[in-house]
Write a protein that binds this ligand. Sequence first.
Ligand code: PLP
Length: 509
Amino acid sequence: MQFLFHIDVLAARLREPETLDGLWAACKAGTVSGWILSSVVSSLSERLSADSNGASLRPALQQAIACLSISPVTAKELRDGLGAPEGMETALAVACARALNLDGVVTLDPKPFKDAGVPAFNPKQAEALLKSGKPADSAPLLDVGASYPKIMEAVESSMAPVVRSGKFILGAPVENLEEAVARYCDSKFAVGVSSGTDALLISLMAAGIKPGDEVITTPYTFFATAGSIVRAGARPVFVDIDPVTFNIDPARIEEKLTANTRALMPVHLYGQSADMEPIQDLARKNNLIVIEDAAQAIGSACNGKKAGGMGDFGCFSFFPTKNLGGFGDGGMVTVQSEENWDRLKVLRNHGSQPKYFHKTVGGNFRLDALQAAVVLAKLPFLDGWIESRRQNAALYNKLFSDAGLNNRVHTPKEIFAPHTYNQFVIRVGDHRDALRKYLQERQVATEIYYPLSMHMQECFSELGYREGDFPEAEKAAKETIALPVYPELTEQQIEYVVDGVRRFFEISA
Ligand SMILES: Cc1ncc(COP(=O)(O)O)c(C=O)c1O
């Protein structure tokens, strides 16, 4: 839970250090995120200066503040607060609690907050709430904003120098992110680009893929995978998926190789790596380039090798819903050879080398410095988020099993660890659409990734595929549904989702 501590409880804590002991212990332990307004720090300091005991109380103030996060007050909030009828401090507390989507304000006197639209609790009420836990009556598929309070300091202090510098395209933040992502993905080099889609396209261009070439990939993926192959002028050749992992089935690739095959593009769907060893063996034997679509899988691995660090090119997306998302579009290509690294850097800037001289036609595939600053600040949190997603997946598995639903609900199997659960996709047979509707009525959001395989897309009709060509992909498109799994999802919400699924099968049995 997350509370804003109003100035009155902090002042009381200084006078009587045992005030709020329970909440403070929870803040220190990290089970509660406690916040104060930045304006409160100077106010309290002023009060201490005016107090004859002030100097002796100062260390206690510093200690108390050290386990809290500090929320800055914007100029506009200060101005609005000055004119607020209920008092500036209350108005600012309300603005902050709203902006950060906190669970409430902890204050000695909740009365002034009565009609403010933000819950306010005295310390005893807040402690009681903490013990009982917040009951769940809904579960969004994803709450991107939920992680923000925890990362706010890191992100805003990373963005501020960029904003102040006025240098917004490429530059040091992008280079720093490239180095950090390359290290994280056990890769030699990385190149920041404008999106995951562009990461795929620029990799195909750098690999020299051209009209007439064939690129083997999965039909069960996000559109960008096949779309980028077509945009590079090549032909996507689909291979059916393994029904357990939902990833390309390596055993079916060889029969699709022709004299025109130039590259293999496996996708690590939902956060689980494709079965890369046989894919790389095939590539070595047949002199093919491997481009990993790791857009959903930063941090995933296959037999100890990191996603993006196995093929010639690894393509990542920083779309906000990804496990490492920016505040807009962004992407990265990891590479192992210096030659590919150089090619990518030239191609991302219209093939310009030196400036205004073009030996090849590239594009504007540049990553913004601000996006790089955001993603760089978030990277140290990534492993913790992945761990929370994995714990949520483990809880789903346990609860579905406890509810006796193992025959009806097939949860993801972790064949290649770690599965980083960008999506938690279950298979429920032909009940899928009815279950989705039922959960929606209970305010549980779900999604279908993806309802139509690539070989059935209208824009690819010229490729000549037909219904029935890839039965596993087609079956998965009809039987699967993604449940919420984001890191900040509470235990109560997961119980609520599983209870919804249990009730649905009770009714439809
Ligand atoms: C498998 C896959 N490939 C490629 C992409 C494209 O990434 P972006 O949205 O950053 O262009 C996505 C994004 O959803 C994806 O899931």
